[in-house]
Design a protein. Sequence first.
Length: 277
Amino acid sequence: MKKVLFILFNFLTIIAMAQSKGRFEVHDLGNYKLHVYYTNDTLGDASYIVEGKDALVTMEQPLFKDNVAEFGTYLSKLEKPVEKRITDYHVGGTGKHDVVMAQGMPEFTKGAVYGGMMKGFAQAFGDALTDMPTGKVTEVAFGATKTWAGVTFEFRHGAASDFPGASILIGNKAYYTHWTPAKAHISHLQVSSPAAIDAEITEAENSLASGATLFIGGHGGAATRDAVEFKIAYLKKAKKLLEENKTAQAFVDAMKQAYPGLPGETGLEDLGKALYQ
C-alpha cells in the first residue's frame, strides 16, 4: 500500500488542466437502465445511476464541484427517488446523504493510504473539490446480495492488490470494478507491482465468469466483453515479458514491440518503474 500511495502522490504532480464538463450515456439492460456519467475530470473518474422502475441507486458520485452540480441536475430530471447511494472505491459528493460501502472500506478511507491520497488531492485541486461527505455510512458484507430499486447488487471482493473495495455485479448484467477494462496500456496506478498483475488477471477472469455483458469502473466508463478479454491477454503478456527482461527499459521496449500503436504508450515508462522497484 505504501508503494501505491507513493505512486498516487507522483500522479498528483501532474498539473490539473481545465476540463470541460462531462457527458452521459444510457444503457438499457432490460429490467433497469444504467446511466454512465463520464466526468471528464483530471482523474478520469466515472459515476453511475442505476434506474429501476420506481427508484434510483447512485454509485461513485463525483468529487469535483462542477461535476457534482451537473450530476445532481441530471439526477433530479429523472424524477425518481434515490433509494441508495453506493460509495465503493471513490468517496465523492454525497453531502449529507447516507451511503453504503463495502465492509472495511470506511475504516480504510480514514487510514494513511486513502487519507494521504485525499490530502494530496486537496493540495493539488484546492477549491475545485467538493466538501467531504457527512452522511451515515452502512457497511455491506462481502458475499451479500442487496436489492435496491428492484435491482440486485452482489458485493464481491475486488482485486487483492487494490483498495479493499467491492466488485459489484448489478442485476446480473453489469460488473463494476475499480478500473474499466480498456484496449490500452495498463496504468501504473492500477498495476503497481508484479503481484498486482496476477491479482488483476484473477479479477478480470472473475468478471467474465459472472455472466455480465457490460463492464464498468470508477475510472473509464463502460466497456464490453472483448475489452476484458484483451486486458487478460495483455496482462499475461506483460507478466511473460517481465520475467524475460531484466531492466525496466528492456521491458518497456518489449511492450512497445508487442503492442505497436496501442493507446497509453506514454505511460509505459511509469509502469516499468513501478514493476522494477
